[in-house]
Write a protein that binds this ligand. Sequence first.
Ligand code: SF4
Ligand code: SF4
Length: 362
Amino acid sequence: MKKYDERNTLFSRVSLVKGSKEYIEFYKKNPEFKDLDDLHRGISFRGNIKKEDNFKELFFPLITNNKMFIKSLHEISENFEVREKVQIDKSFSKNIKEITKYYGATDVGIVKLDEHSYYSHFGGLSDYLGIDNYNNIIKDRYKTAIVYTILMDKEMINRAPHFEELMATEEAYLKVAQVGARLCVYLKSLGYDSFSNNSEIYLAPLVPLAYDAGLGEIGMSNHLVTLEHGDNVRLGAVFTNLELDIDKPIDFGLKEFCKYCALCLINCPANAISHKERIVNGRQFYKFRDDLCYGLWTKSGTDCGICIQSCPFTQGVDFDKVKRMKDNPELMEEMVKDHIKKYTRRKYTKDDLDIVKLEGDE
Ligand code: SF4
Ligand code: SF4
């Protein structure tokens, strides 16, 4: 088992300043990333959205202000002191899941944390919180993770890669932070130290945890694909010292289904997705060109999202067929054909949503 390192993620790599001490050290150890990363360094992808200045003035503040709220939520949960301990039985796990949903989560699972769950080091991605953490070692401090999904607006995701897609993802990140901060404060009130991972700070990569928590399976897109909402979700996790009953991964046959589908791969405009499998710490992922994906983001000015929109599970599948599809290739093929008949290769909607439509627009 190898520890994940946030410094190896593309976001961390491209945020290194050319010529800085950190830059020199990182690329001395990892020269294979340098040339490709240099192509994307310093490019602010949102600035490239193909919209008039008037549109940007009116609608960008819808999303750019979200970080300010996430920062406040982070500060509230971090500054809240752990109170006197209330004895809690593991059977309270069911209540914790319901409480997480009450706060706004779509689905919830629980996993045990171990040293391999965590990133080894921070990748310096918490500037907005006023935290300079690049190279800092992450300590294995918590016992369990309450992992949850937040559903994104499908009408917006079906406009991907347009501005609405960015609205959907940014809104979901804010909801992740709201749920996480409230749950964190609740657990601290009961006497259990806790930490909310939000889009501005992560102690661990969340897809492996969400998979272990039984929230879905890992699809060819490398996203967590849930049964009910596909990959049209964002993930959150609150780490805590409260001992809880843990969940197990699920298997509804996605690995086989992806072989018959591959719609995320076919639709990806950057050719970033591959069908080639790769095992990471015992979990199956797929080879992925993060540089090509990010390159597309810098061109579209959004974080694209076409792979999410393409997934039959995002658009909705017949659960009765899903129950029967395992070890039944004919049925899987039929499901993919039915999906394509209904939505073509992807369920794309060209028209702007009313929320961003200006009078006089076509
Ligand atoms: S976000 Fe877009 S470019 Fe990136 S993998 Fe998905 S479809 Fe491809
Ligand atoms: S689009 Fe198809 S291949 Fe891609 S993750 Fe979803 S089910 Fe799997």
